[in-house]
Write a protein that binds this ligand. Sequence first.
Ligand SMILES: *Cc1c(COP(=O)(O)O)cnc(C)c1O
Length: 370
Amino acid sequence: MISLVHVDRQFQSMKKEILECVEKVLDSGQYILGEQGELFEKEASDYLNNSFTVNVANGTDALVLALRALDIGVGDEIITTPFTFFATAEAISRVRATPVFVDIDPITFNINENEIEKKVTNRTKAIIPVHLFGQACNMDQIKKIADNHNLYIVEDACQAFGGEWKGAKLGTIGDIGCFSFFPTKNLSTIGDGGLVVTKHHDIAERIKKLRHHGSRVKYMHDEVGYNSRLDELHASILRVCLTKIDRWNEERYQKALIYKKHLSDLSAFILPPTPSNKEHVYHLYCVEHHDRDKIVQYLSNKNIASGIYYPEPLHLQNVYQHLGYSVGDFPTSEEKSKSLFALPMHPFLTEEEQMRVIDALKEYEQRNIE
Ligand SMILES: *Cc1c(COP(=O)(O)O)cnc(C)c1O
């Protein structure tokens, strides 16, 4: 079976280093909020070019804490995309604000910047652009809109660690950036993990407080917070992974170029864009086909995994019925939810495996032409 992602291969490739991390943490006697976490925060901050960084328990909490640190809550509206993992909108709902959706761009699948301004009201507090599948949103345009209307930008960069927009690292362009280190993300650990990045010192301090029960001085609590810390074990593993992320992202990019080279002649397939090697880190490589479900089955019969991201846009989910959206409100998101599927893509995909995927798709197209 050719898998969509192969995190086990990633961690097998560095098993010795990981076991050393486990031993070091085990021997240290310090398992939560210790030296490894601080070192990871510092190294991540250097990598992202000197913003403040705060480790948290996962990417969802990173978003929730970001919104809390901006004092976003009841009555506030947050603009985002309906074509993302649920956690983006869930974080908005968790702080009891209201997600306001804007349809996506048909080429990049990111929020359509030209549609954002129509949704701004006097209750709008922030925009959450999602760098979907690892591709940068047009941050120039989003920043302009945010500046015009005095809105915060919280970047959901959970799928795009190491990606850039015009030389600036994704996550560091808006007011706050949020990352996830869930095992399948491009920078990941062997469990849950997350990171918040910001250029504002006071926001970083507030998030440090919120992640630890609203406390900065032991047993003194200023506000109701969360238990949302990254433990030392994951921090130490992430320190090792951070030294490899550029190489892994480059591997992904090269594999995207190979897919492009071999698949661009197939007329029924629409391939994702290939901007510069920093603007897209290919957390996922998603292709469009009008007969998506058939081709997914065809690949599965040939022992090739594929994935559907995302089968139901958020405005049509049961949980958001009360928001009053209906079918047809966001036609591009709805169309892509029926036509997109992800091909195997990870740094450890072998040339032979990738050629098997390519040959299967060519064969599928050939048969459907005859
Ligand atoms: C994974 C993901 C999250 C949530 O991260 P977790 O670490 O799983 O909580 C949020 N937004 C997007 C776009 C994601 O892909």
